[in-house]
Write a protein that binds this ligand. Structure first.
Ligand code: NAP
Length: 345
């Protein structure tokens, strides 16, 4: 199997470290270059990085020198975990220089010509790539994005419902983990013994991204799905795993059995990082829980529980996904595997 050489932007951060961890032993990718801020440039990865994952920094990266976030980087493909304030310019520079850029940052997600992908749901949105290349003068380079980490906990079950019954309205309350804020993130004084009812910039993302992901690609553009989302976002005292409480109104009548079946039957893909089950529906009354369920499918499964008819909407459920795996680095890697499988890299 051909190995692609990967450069990671934001390699020292929370998402960057997860890239490094998930790429160990990956059959299609090897880490060739690491890049971060001026604070880190010129240091070895081990010197620059406050490693926060279990185990030691992998040997294949600890001695690599951290590079600036600008082309050229000695790699075939760029994975980005940059803050959006710097990502817009840096990622465009790499795309313009001919690199495929697969990113977590929010800055391009809602641009009309940029795919916002969950491969199991909307792989056909990759049809935007030639349109984007032409419009932006990227040549052979391009940008593909993955969604906000909280979206990954409810867009998959919504997609299952939307395909079978049509979704009309969604009310979602997120309970987002500490690692979602990056490192050092929120202060211990703020989060311990507490719930924070505000995450800057989060509610607008959670209210808009699912409609693009569940939208239809016409051949020229993505027509967004026509439903409204009302969101409230909270930071809670959990290290990894975003839990969401969802209420959904459907266009067509459906039984609880049909709803459960639609979610359980939603197909997974045959890519290296695909989980055996894209969506798992649990019937135990006290699940899902982040500590117990975030690592299902190596962090790539989305877990649903507490699925019942609702008194105001049609159904309610609790969704959960691992925010730095399905919601970030794992999502980017899966997107890149999809791009390879489609012959686009
Ligand atoms: P983080 O822990 O703060 O890491 C940020 C990374 O970007 C570090 O490598 C940092 O390098 C680098 N960086 C910061 N400022 C820079 C600058 N001015 N120039 C160049 N590099 C700079 O953040 P994170 O949680 O990994 O998030 C990274 C991105 O992924 C963000 O856009 C975030 O919204 C998105 N995201 C995060 C999650 C999550 O669960 N954490 C989920 C989905 C999406 P230094 O170490 O050198 O400062």
């Amino acid at each position: 199997m051909k190995k692609y050489r990967v450069g990671i932007l934001g390699a020292t951060g929370t998402v960057g470290q997860r890239f490094v961890q998930l790429l160990q032993g990956h059959p299609q990718f090897e880490i060739a270059a690491l890049a971060a801020s001026e604070r880190s440039v010129g240091k070895t990865y081990a010197e620059a990085c406050a490693w926060k994952l279990t185990g030691d920094i992998p040997e294949n990266v600890s001695g690599l020198e951290v590079q600036p976030i600008e082309p050229p980087l000695d790699c075939d493909i760029v994975f980005s975990g940059l803050p959006s304030k710097v990502a817009r310019e840096a990622e465009a520079a790499f795309a313009r220089a001919g690199y495929p850029v697969v990113t977590n940052s929010s800055c391009y997600r809602m641009d009309e010509d940029i795919p916002l992908l969950i491969p199991e749901i909307n792989a056909d949105h990759l049809g935007l790539i030639p349109i984007q290349q032409e419009k932006r003068g990227f040549g052979t380079g391009f940008i593909v994005t993955n969604p906000n980490c909280a979206i990954c906990s409810f867009a998959p079950p919504l997609a299952a419902l939307h395909r079978k019954f049509g979704v009309e309205a969604v009310m979602v309350t997120t309970m987002q983990s500490i690692s979602g804020a990056g490192y050092p993130g929120v202060s211990a004084m703020d989060i311990a013994d507490n719930v924070l009812p505000y995450i800057a910039g989060e509610e607008p993302k959670v209210e808009t991204e699912a409609q693009k992901i569940l939208g239809s690609f016409t051949g020229q553009a993505v027509e967004k799905a026509d439903f409204v989302v009302s969101a409230q976002c909270f930071r809670v005292d959990v290290i990894d795993g975003h839990t969401v409480s969802v209420r959904v109104k459907l266009a067509k009548p459906s039984t609880l059995e049909d709803v459960i079946e639609a979610m359980r039957e939603f197909p997974t893909l045959d890519l290296y990082s695909s989980p055996e089950h894209f969506i798992e529906v649990l019937e135990e009354p006290s699940r899902p829980q982040p500590r117990l369920d975030r690592d299902r499918g190596n962090g790539m499964t989305v877990t649903v529980g507490r699925l019942f008819p609702d008194n105001i909407f049609d159904y309610r459920f609790v969704g959960l996904s691992h925010n730095t795996v399905r919601g970030a680095a794992g999502a980017t890697i899966l997107n890149a595997e999809l791009l390879i499988s489609k012959g686009l890299i």
